[in-house]
Design a protein. Structure first.
Length: 547
């Protein structure tokens, strides 16, 4: 079993990557911001490894723990490695999932700080988003020189918390001094376009340009109104001046970890920041990153949005699978997962095979990581191993949670072999000059397995507006449930031939993508009947049950 160690001073972690102390802005002894001046554009980039997964069950299948464990596995093989992840959101931290810093021997430190306020990035993003909202409403109040139609205000406020009561609101009530009444609402901070803009920006100037072109409203004669028109960009840049810098922490075994940005993959593009990814690649030989939820969501957006925008290409892709998820997709009820059931595992392989097919479609040969739980039987694991061998798909057990880097070195070796193979040409799911309907058809039918795409009247109206404004040739950032290939959360396994219904289409002009909302997906989650917040507490100065 690999030995854990006391956390290293953050200056030592930075030094292990060759980052000089002058570029480290320490937040205490265990976390830091890294100056953008630390980038080495002339240095050769390390190899990038993407970790994604089969369609997850609600509890998650260990994509983050596998990414952390894999990085520790590379370190156990004496490779120079860093892991690059998204920042956790307070919404799921206090909701269903809990924190997002890994578990046990495959985790990040300081876990509680990372799961809570960390270095303040989410607060800065929320503030910048809401500053723009406040400026817009103030413009309406102060005479509306731009001629903004209050019925066509697109910009919403955000907060980093699950709160269904804030989804739809009417503001400006109480008389003329209280503002102009209009309908609006809140999204969760990871769904903010400011979050996407920060995560896709290449540098401060790119961030400024992306903020400037964010579309916030239309005038009475349907002309676009942007953040630049409202003269908010400079103030937003000030609020984001520290948030743009990548955060550096470490794994429990001392492997450098960049944790920066946090868009959700079901309602946004699901990847950490380009700046953090490229910072890590400039200082490490291997960089392990992850893309949220299953490969149909996070993986597709990683390739079609992030890689296309930032000029990245992973050397290898890891698909995380678990026996319990395969049994779920094989028809086993959540309460019956403890029973050994190789036949259900066999049936559930259809889901994993769908994600393998999609990885091949992008021109990458995946490695399957079986994230092992203590309840898994050898017989069930063998079903997966035989199926992968029959498909000639490399497969390795991942025991990072139980054993740290020693439990993932086999997986690291398999990834190293896969990365050494001759790469195939990158094949995006669609061309940027495809019409919107063609792009969506290629994603819905080619990636998800749908038989038909149905556009609502509202979605068609949105699309006509987008076409009029000249933004149709952008990539898609499809928002849908993460628990099914389809837009119906109850359809497990590998459904095909289903219909996906497009509610509406959101233009994110600053981020540079269009967001079709499928099914009943929401951009502001709600809390469940028994959320994690009921169990979190501070006892004798120690945080408990923040998992």
């Amino acid at each position: 079993m690999s030995a854990t160690r006391a956390p290293r001073p953050i200056l030592d972690v930075a030094a292990s990557l060759g980052i000089d102390a002058e570029h480290v802005i320490a937040y205490g002894q265990d976390k830091a911001k890294i100056s953008l001046a630390a980038r080495r554009p002339s240095a050769p980039f390390g190899r990038l490894v993407l970790v994604s997964a089969l369609t997850p069950t609600p509890a998650g299948e260990g994509k983050t723990t596998t990414a952390i464990g894999l990085a520790q596995g590379f370190a156990a093989l004496s490779e120079r490695v860093a892991v690059v992840l998204r920042e956790p959101s307070l919404g799921p931290t206090f909701g269903l999932k809990g924190g997002a810093t890994g578990s046990s021997r495959a985790s990040l430190v300081p876990a509680h700080d990372i799961n809570l306020h960390f270095t303040g990035d989410f607060h800065a993003i929320s503030a910048a988003n809401n500053l723009l909202a406040a400026a817009l409403d103030n413009h309406l109040q102060q005479g509306n020189a731009l001629g903004i139609d209050p019925r066509r205000v697109l910009w919403r406020r955000v907060m980093d918390m699950n709160d269904r009561a804030m989804r739809k609101l009417i503001l400006g009530l109480g008389g003329p001094a209280q503002g102009v009444p209009r309908e609006t609402g809140f999204d969760i901070t990871p769904a903010s376009e400011v979050m996407a803009v920060l995560c896709l920006a290449e540098d401060e100037e790119d961030l400024r340009q992306r903020l400037s072109r964010m579309l916030v409203a239309q005038t009475y004669d349907r002309q676009p109104v942007t953040a630049a028109d409202l003269k908010t960009v400079g103030a937003m840049m000030v609020l984001l001046k520290d948030a743009i810098r990548p955060n550096l922490v470490q794994t429990i075994e001392g492997v450098p970890a960049f944790v920066h940005g946090g868009p959700f993959a079901n309602i946004a593009h699901g990847c950490n920041s380009v700046l953090a990814t490229k910072m890590a690649m400039a200082h490490a030989d291997w960089v392990v990153t992850e893309a949220g939820f299953g490969f149909d969501l996070g993986g597709e957006k990683f390739f079609d949005i992030k890689c296309r925008s930032a000029g990245l290409a992973p050397a290898a892709v890891v698909l995380v699978a678990t026996v319990r998820a395969l049994k779920c997709h094989g028809g086993v009820a959540p309460g019956d997962l403890a029973a050994v059931d190789p036949a259900a595992v066999e049936r559930g392989l259809a889901n994993l095979n769908g994600h393998i097919d999609n990885a091949h479609a992008f021109g990458v040969r995946p490695v399957v990581a079986i994230n092992v739980f203590d309840t898994d039987s050898a017989e069930e694991i063998a079903v997966v191993e035989r199926a992968m061998a029959a498909r000639d798909v490399p497969c390795a057990l991942s025991r990072g949670v139980q054993e740290g880097g020693a439990g993932t070195s086999e997986l690291a070796r398999a990834v190293r072999v896969a990365a050494a193979a001759e790469p195939e040409p990158f094949r995006p799911a669609y061309a940027l000059d495809d019409r919107f309907e063609v792009k969506l058809d290629k994603v819905a039918k080619g990636i998800y397995g749908a038989g038909h795409v149905e556009m609502s009247p509202v979605a068609r109206r949105d699309l006509r507006t987008i076409e009029t404004l000249g933004y149709e040739m952008l990539p898609l950032c499809v928002a849908k449930t993460p628990t099914s290939f389809s837009a119906d959360a109850k359809l497990v396994g590998r459904p095909t031939g289903f219909t996906v219904a497009v509610q509406n289409v959101v233009l994110a002009a600053g981020a540079g993508f269009l967001v079709p909302l499928l099914g009943s997906v929401l951009r502001m989650p709600g809390l469940g009947r028994s959320p994690q917040l009921e169990r979190i507490d501070l006892v004798d100065g120690e945080v408990i049950n923040l998992r």
